[in-house]
Design a protein around this ligand. Structure first.
Ligand SMILES: C[S@@+](CC[C@H](N)C(=O)[O-])C[C@H]1O[C@@H](n2cnc3c(N)ncnc32)[C@H](O)[C@@H]1O
Ligand code: SF4
Length: 455
């Protein structure tokens, strides 16, 4: 089938599978605070010593709204919010530690946002030191943060480096001025160059840039120019995201443009293909979905050693069974369950003050979820999965089989015996393949908009 027709057929709303079940399909009736506590204690006991745990800390504040952004954020210029917020995060951490039977060993630590570099270096230092008052470092660890190129200072980089951080990712998006104006994010190349060079001088071993295609008013040439500029800095990793247009999500602030201002699906696909070809010419290897890395980067090595993992932080270079998410809107993952924190800053702080985990919803996985979760992770991380050892779940759902059959005849996947593999032509359709495995979605198709388009 021609690319054009494939796009028409497969460009449908679909999850990004940072979890299974996906958040809209969580079964709230399976979830209680007590059930959640017992799953993370079980997970902690099973994994803390063997592999360590991950911590994600959400730092929601940004000084200015970028109108493409789908993240949970609070726009403010009032930096007085920093200290009380960090105090709440540390109180939440203490609540978790009080429930744990031993001292946690932290393998992965990620500061995400919002904008972590909204906070002063001194405040970030106090936050990290506060976390480690109650925890130890794993023997090998990967600590990382998201920096905004417009406000990351040398002091931020040095302070976090001294605390063990070796990875930083910068939001670049696109260098074209028309696009930058449309997304309300004026960010000259010089800013990105400066913060990339500082990180390297200080000793960071992995610098990553986020680039987006499919943004309002973005031409294919703009994507090309952005990637060619990126070549001058050669970051170790590149997240090459498809713009997720989800304006119906409450409070996400996607505005100032409409669907007609976005590149058409075929153009968006052309942008991805061109970007991928250019990145590969520059020496990057495509990792899972959306990501590219140089061979020297830990993410490439993780893929080679079959260690690549995916969770709410996106792809990570090592698997931990337990991830505790701290801060507003953060999601924790105990492997057996998920829990999401309150999104509103004031409410979150009030709950922590009362001494209760600020969790407002979640899901406890059943046996079927656990099997499907494994398949979806395999597909997202290794582009293949097999069901030799397991009950043949897929034959139970004719719609899933039909979807897979169509993908086979379109050359996007192949099935040999009980192994399914995504073909090179099918790489851009990996979300579609996962959807065939997603029983909760297949059984209960949404009648309102829940997900961004797959292409
Ligand atoms: C929290 S932001 C990065 C840190 C910092 N706030 C900044 O903007 O530089 C994380 C990344 O998510 C990506 N992102 C946000 N909204 C998106 C959307 N609607 N579609 C695709 N990617 C998006 C952007 O590439 C962004 O750099
Ligand atoms: S892209 Fe970054 S700086 Fe912009 S609103 Fe989103 S989180 Fe804030």
């Amino acid at each position: 089938m021609e690319t054009h027709s494939l796009i028409q057929k497969y460009n449908i709303p679909g999850p990004r599978y940072t979890s299974y079940p996906t958040v809209p399909y969580w079964d709230e009736s399976s979830f209680t605070a007590k059930a959640w506590e017992s799953t993370f204690i079980k997970s902690f006991k099973e994994s803390n010593v063997q592999e360590g745990i991950s911590i994600y800390i959400h730092l929601p504040f940004c000084e200015q709204l970028c109108t493409f952004c789908g993240c949970h954020k609070r726009i403010t210029k009032r930096h007085e919010v920093e200290t009380p917020y960090l105090q709440s995060v540390l109180k939440e951490w203490r609540l978790y530690c009080n429930l744990l039977p031993a001292r946690p060993i932290i393998k992965e630590l990620h500061l995400g946002g919002g904008t972590p570099t909204f906070f002063s270096p001194e405040n970030l230092k106090q936050l990290i030191e506060g976390i480690f008052k109650l925890a130890s470092r794993a023997e090998t660890y990967e600590y990382s943060f998201e920096g905004h190129p417009n406000n990351t200072t040398k002091a931020h980089l040095q302070t976090l480096y001294d605390l063990g951080f070796r990875r930083v990712s910068y939001g670049v998006q696109d260098y074209n001025l028309t696009v930058q104006k449309a997304i309300n994010r004026i960010q000259p190349f010089e800013n990105v160059k400066k913060v990339t060079e500082w990180a390297r001088e200080i000793g960071y071993t992995s610098v990553s840039h986020d680039i987006i295609f499919g943004l309002p008013f973005q031409s294919t040439n703009a994507v090309k120019e952005t990637i060619l500029k990126t070549k001058e800095l050669l970051p170790d990793r590149i997240a090459f995201y498809s713009y997720a247009h989800v304006p119906w999500i409450k409070g996400n602030g996607q505005r100032g443009f409409n669907e007609n201002d976005l590149p058409k699906p075929t153009v968006k696909r052309e942008q991805y293909e061109l970007g991928k070809a250019l990145l590969e010419e520059m020496g990057y290897i495509e990792i899972g979905m959306d990501h590219f890395a140089l061979k020297s980067d830990s993410m490439y090595q993780a893929m080679q050693n079959h260690k690549l993992h995916r969770n709410f932080m996106g792809y990570t270079a090592s698997k931990t069974q337990l991830m505790i998410g701290l801060g507003t809107s953060s999601i924790s993952d105990s492997w057996y369950g998920f829990a999401q924190n309150e999104k509103r800053v004031e409410k979150y702080q009030a709950m922590v003050e009362e001494g209760i985990l600020p969790v407002v919803k979640g899901h406890i996985l059943n046996q079927e979820d656990l099997v499907i979760r494994k398949h979806i992770l395999n597909l997202m991380c290794q582009l293949k999965t097999n069901w030799q050892q397991q009950k043949d779940y897929f034959e139970k759902l004719p719609e899933s089989l039909q979807l897979l059959d169509e993908m086979i005849s379109d050359g996007l996947i192949c099935i040999t015996g009980k192994e399914l593999e995504i073909t090179p032509a099918g790489r851009a359709f990996v979300r579609n393949a996962c959807m065939a495995f997603d029983w909760r979605l297949q059984r209960n198709k949404p009648d309102t908009k829940l997900f961004s388009m797959t292409i």
